[in-house]
Design a protein around this ligand. Structure first.
Ligand SMILES: [Zn+2]
Ligand SMILES: [Zn+2]
Length: 407
């Protein structure tokens, strides 16, 4: 958890971030969220994380915590979850960390959450996912990119016949979701650029505050050279070890030794000859911050269908078969459980390619890009609420954001 000073600096940082806009439009603070709620019923937005590392990244985008001196809200009888409460921008948010991965655990946790927080209208599922390397439109998806859900496909729910698996039709279109408009905006070139810029600035803030609170370079972009995509049928196994039998196995279904399950590509000798060349350059993922002249990372944001299931996908071949058949661009494990319980937007950073070479090196950065995107969407949501109150329009908000040179 952060120190009090880090939390304070987060608060100051966000004020600075939005000061251009706030000054020019004389923003008032009459929104429902800009005060500490009196009780649990006042919370409208939940953020749900499945992993502690996702939770840590989300905590770094909170501007203020309501539970610094202990939980003031408690829980309803029968709710075993623990929560963190606070605000991100003007929005009061209750943050839940799931006790286990998987959709059943997620569904039961959210059902309990609704017992305690009876006024919830929306949930953001924020964290990391496995990315499909290329969309059906031919766009590369790379590590650290962000995926926002348009639909969820529960890809492992269906009937297994001797010769085939037929998936039950469980594709879930976005329900009445107050964030749906932002997803649509993020599908336009202009809306996506605006969201990327806001995300980039919030990511820089997150990184700076993490550094101040002793996390060092934990959330720094690992670099394009460390973004390695292997050909889907090139397996993660011993390639050089003279003593291991799995060195000799070459087809996709042969067993590999247990050591492979935890070893890194370099330890096993996975060869760079089998890397897939990617088109994206470092220049398309960075921009100069005019305030500091520092180069900051600008995550690419994709919207699309997310494959959700109880299996950790670690096969490039199966990944591509499902992605091709279902039109999905990412794999994760909780959305299908949450989607049925509450209107939900999934925001996930790509931490691996859902293949056997999958490792944890990118997880913190990917969690940070997702947290920054969630924060940017909450900021935009606040402006939309202000527009409803007649203070100004969301489009004025969009137009008032300064562009960085060259964007
Ligand atoms: Zn082996
Ligand atoms: Zn490998």
């Amino acid at each position: 958890m952060q120190s009090t000073s880090a939390r304070l600096s987060l608060h100051c940082g966000s004020d600075h971030l939005w000061s251009t806009f706030s000054t020019s439009h004389q923003v008032h603070t009459e929104l429902p969220g800009h005060h500490k709620p009196i009780n649990r019923e006042e919370f409208r937005i939940a953020i749900i994380c499945a992993l502690p590392l996702e939770y840590d990244a989300v905590c770094l985008v909170f501007d203020e915590f309501w539970d610094e001196d202990g939980d003031p809200y408690g829980t309803a009888p029968g709710d075993a979850n623990t929560y963190t409460t606070g605000r991100i921008g003007d929005q009061n948010v209750v943050l839940a960390l799931l006790q286990r991965m998987g959709k059943t655990s997620a569904a039961s946790a959210v059902a309990s959450m609704k017992l305690s927080y009876t006024g919830l209208r929306q949930a953001l599922l924020v964290g990391i996912c496995g990315g499909v390397p290329q969309t059906q439109n031919g766009f590369d998806i790379m590590l650290g990119d962000v995926i926002i859900s348009r639909t969820i496909v529960q890809y492992d729910f269906g009937k297994r016949y001797p010769d085939r698996f037929i998936r039950k039709q469980t594709t879930t279109e976005a329900q009445s979701n107050e964030f749906r408009g932002f997803t649509v905006m993020a599908e336009t070139m202009r809306g996506r650029n605006k969201l990327r810029q806001a995300t980039s600035r919030l990511l820089s803030q997150l990184q700076e505050n993490a550094s101040k609170s002793g996390c060092g370079t934990k959330y720094v972009y690992p670099g394009l050279a460390r973004d390695k995509l292997f050909e889907p049928n090139y397996r993660h196994k011993h390639h050089e070890s003279p003593s291991c039998v799995c060195k000799e196995y070459h087809d996709m279904t042969s067993p590999v030794c247990d050591e492979v399950l935890t070893a890194s590509c370099s330890e096993l000798g996975c060869s760079s000859k089998f890397l897939v060349p990617r088109a994206r350059s470092i220049h398309s993922q960075s921009q100069e911050d005019p305030n500091t002249s520092n180069t900051v990372h600008m995550p690419t944001i994709h919207t699309g269908s997310i494959a959700s299931g109880d299996t950790v996908m670690k096969s490039g071949v199966d990944r591509d078969i499902i992605a091709q058949k279902e039109g999905t661009i990412a794999f994760e494990m909780e959305a299908a459980g949450i989607w049925d319980e509450i209107p939900c937007l999934v925001i996930k950073g790509v931490s691996d390619y859902a293949d056997s070479h999958k490792h944890s090196e990118w997880q913190d950065f990917a969690a940070a890009t997702a947290a920054a995107t969630a924060s940017a969407l909450l900021m935009a949501y606040s402006e939309k609420q202000r527009a409803r109150l007649g203070q100004f329009s969301y489009y004025q908000f969009i137009d008032s954001r300064p562009y960085y040179p060259g964007s």
